[in-house]
Design a protein around this ligand. Structure first.
Ligand code: AMP
Ligand code: MG
Length: 381
């Protein structure tokens, strides 16, 4: 639906309409006739008005959805009303389906898959879940196991299979953690055969909490594209993906900061995803001690080194998984992991609120005044 095209067609149609009555005897001389010229002017004014009307109609259209407990705004640009309604209805269905099928603890498709994996049985499942496993295997390998969605049992043991935060109470007993660690769950224990999965390790329990939102947003963007929508932003509380642009301007978006605020803003490029992981929203609280919800799969304990990590990548799934993995990698290890994932747009915030950025990220973000920051030497080869 290219908006300048429509009014042009309307103008042509109007001129044609005005012309038709006298077409037979006046066709050759119509441009000399004062009346005709008047009609032409009326038609052009009409077309100009329609251009503005269509432009207004073609501006942004918004809807909100709940995606894994986060209110997610979808903005479409340059799309007509009926089309946007169709797109929003499709997204609603898609998001609902994912919520039902990918849930790590509410009984559904994934819990059914997990039961089969634990029992060593082969199980046929959906394309989405198979793709999540396949991509997770690759990402678990590339992050040296810092990102590992096979640790569902450990996440459950810590009480993080809930939507009610904070959780109050002491951490699990050390032997319980050690027992689950000893099972060495890994997505690499899963064998994929078409749409069938089987695990050679009964300790594998899938929990896609660290990538589901990213993948959901990727799928939503792909569906919008299928519907012929080329300019859109899907924003789940600051975790987002952009396709196309915002008219002739880029979208300007806020970058989240620990504690719910923002650290700055940046203009998005065409087709990129921006995700932030933090240890400040979801945690277990025991008196003054906090245990955040991101675990180091190698120790079984929450990681606390960094308060948040923001990653820009060209797809949501990668950005989401990477943000989680870099939190686990911490201040000493994030460079190596970012490099291995081929990412060079990273922003980290430490416990004191200081911001560290890669050069490429520094070139894009406009930090709020008064934020202490440091550009770190970093290059991808
Ligand atoms: P995110 O907010 O994207 O960083 O994802 C955090 C969620 O991912 C947690 O609530 C857990 O469900 C899960 N999770 C925690 N630690 C890890 C990890 N190291 N690898 C994969 N998933 C994790
Ligand atoms: Mg994540």
């Amino acid at each position: 639906p290219s908006s300048p095209f429509m009014p042009r067609m309307v103008a042509v149609f109007l001129i044609h309409l005005f012309d038709r009555g006298q077409a037979v005897h006046a066709r050759r001389t119509w441009y000399r006739s004062g009346m005709k010229r008047f009609h032409l002017i009326v038609a052009l004014v009409f077309a100009a008005l329609l251009t503005t009307a269509c432009r207004d109609e073609a501006e942004s259209r918004q809807a909100e959805f709940y995606v894994f407990g986060t209110l997610t705004g979808v903005t479409l640009w340059d799309v007509h009303e009926a089309e946007s309604q169709r797109a929003f209805a499709r997204l609603q269905e898609t998001f609902q389906g994912m919520h039902r099928d990918w849930h790590a603890w509410q009984p559904g498709e994934l819990t059914r898959v997990n039961e089969a994996l634990a029992g060593g049985e082969e199980v046929a499942t959906s394309e989405d879940i198979v793709e999540l496993v396949r991509r997770s295997q690759e990402l678990e390998r590339l992050t040296g196991g810092r990102f590992n969605p096979a640790i569902g049992a450990l996440i459950g043991l810590w009480g993080f299979h809930t939507s009610d935060y904070p959780i109050i109470g002491p951490p699990p007993e050390r032997p319980e953690i050690e027992a689950l660690l000893a099972g060495r769950p890994s997505t690499l224990d899963i064998r994929i055969d078409g749409l069938r999965l089987v695990s050679s390790n009964a300790a594998v329990q899938l929990d896609f909490g660290a990538v589901a939102k990213g993948y959901a947003i990727d799928i939503a963007c792909a569906q919008l594209r299928e519907l012929g929508i080329d300019n859109a932003i899907v924003n789940a509380g600051g975790d987002l993906r952009v396709i196309g642009s915002h008219g002739d301007r880029p979208w300007r978006i806020a970058v989240r900061a620990p504690g719910g605020g923002i650290v700055g803003s940046l203009e998005t490029g065409r087709d990129e995803a921006i995700f932030t992981s933090g240890n400040y929203e979801r945690f277990r609280q025991e008196e003054t001690r906090r245990y955040p919800h991101i675990l180091d799969p190698r120790t079984g304990w929450p990681v606390e080194d960094l308060a948040s990590v923001t990653v820009i990548a060209d797809e949501g799934l990668l950005a989401d998984a990477a943000a989680t993995a870099l939190i686990v990698a911490g201040r000493s290890g994030w460079r190596e992991v970012a490099q291995s994932l081929g990412l060079d747009q990273v922003l980290l915030i430490d416990g004191s609120g200081k911001v560290y950025l890669t050069g490429r990220m520094a070139g894009r973000i406009e930090l709020l005044d008064g934020i202490e920051s440091e550009i770190v030497e970093f290059a991808t080869e």
